[in-house]
Design a protein around this ligand. Structure first.
Ligand code: ADP
Ligand code: AMP
Length: 196
């Protein structure tokens, strides 16, 4: 079975991870977060990319696609090897820029189907406040004001144009992410009940 993929996009702190966890509880999807995979790789003993990833994350910059795509591809393959029924994936935080998108097309075109893009739409102000709040306990090196300013810039300059490209193809399902977790999930559910 070819992997069936939903890309999950939105600003930093829009609630992608929170909603993906709820989707996994209710639908047969595996959640793969590009950010989580990169942080794991950064922390892995002996990783050749660890230092580079660390630098990019602190700067809020987008890590070169060769690294990210390999982590995603391996994670999908390992999941499907363990259980062939697990072929539905939420890929959270990807593709974040044109380089990501081209990398996906080069490596995965024809090997996976992108069903739609789940876009969590949220103001910059709400995104920043949520990340600062999360920063009190997350231990993340990028949930601080300086990194956040850069992450927001990266999102506006590099990720939004990708969402717009997919929008023109009719592939984007936009969710208002500014309300409560359960209200947002009600909207998410209606998308998944409709599209599977
Ligand atoms: P992302 O994965 O998009 O960076 P998270 O899911 O980690 O975002 O959410 C960022 C922070 O905001 C977390 O601390 C989370 O608990 C909180 N959060 C997520 N969704 C909501 C919401 N709808 N309302 C209020 N806080 C939220
Ligand atoms: P996130 O956990 O999604 O907020 O991502 C945290 C950081 O990881 C980002 O600011 C980037 O530095 C890096 N990152 C996450 N996703 C990607 C991606 N698709 N491509 C490159 N870098 C990424």
């Amino acid at each position: 079975m070819k992997p069936q993929v939903v890309f999950v996009l939105g600003g930093p702190g829009a609630g992608k991870g929170t909603q993906c966890a709820k989707i996994v509880e209710n639908y047969s999807y595996t959640h793969l977060s590009a950010g989580d995979l990169l942080r794991e790789e950064r922390n892995r003993q002996g990783s050749e990319s660890g230092q580079l990833i660390d630098r990019y994350i602190k700067e809020g910059k987008i890590v070169p696609v060769e690294i990210t795509i390999n982590l995603l591809k391996t994670a999908m393959e390992e999941t499907m090897k363990k259980d062939e029924n697990k072929f539905r994936f939420l890929i959270d935080g990807f593709p974040r820029n044109e380089d990501n998108l081209q990398g996906w097309i080069k490596v995965m075109d024809g090997k996976a189907d992108v069903k739609f893009i789940l876009f969590f739409d949220c103001s910059t102000e709400v995104c920043i406040n949520r990340c600062l709040e999360r920063g009190k306990s997350s231990g993340r090196t990028d949930d601080n004001k300086e990194s956040l300013e850069k992450r927001i810039q990266t999102y506006l300059q590099s990720t939004r144009p990708i969402i717009e490209q997919y929008e023109k193809q009719g592939k984007v399902r936009t969710i208002d992410a500014s309300c409560s977790v359960s209200e947002v999930f009600t909207d998410v559910k209606s998308v998944f009940d409709r599209e599977g």
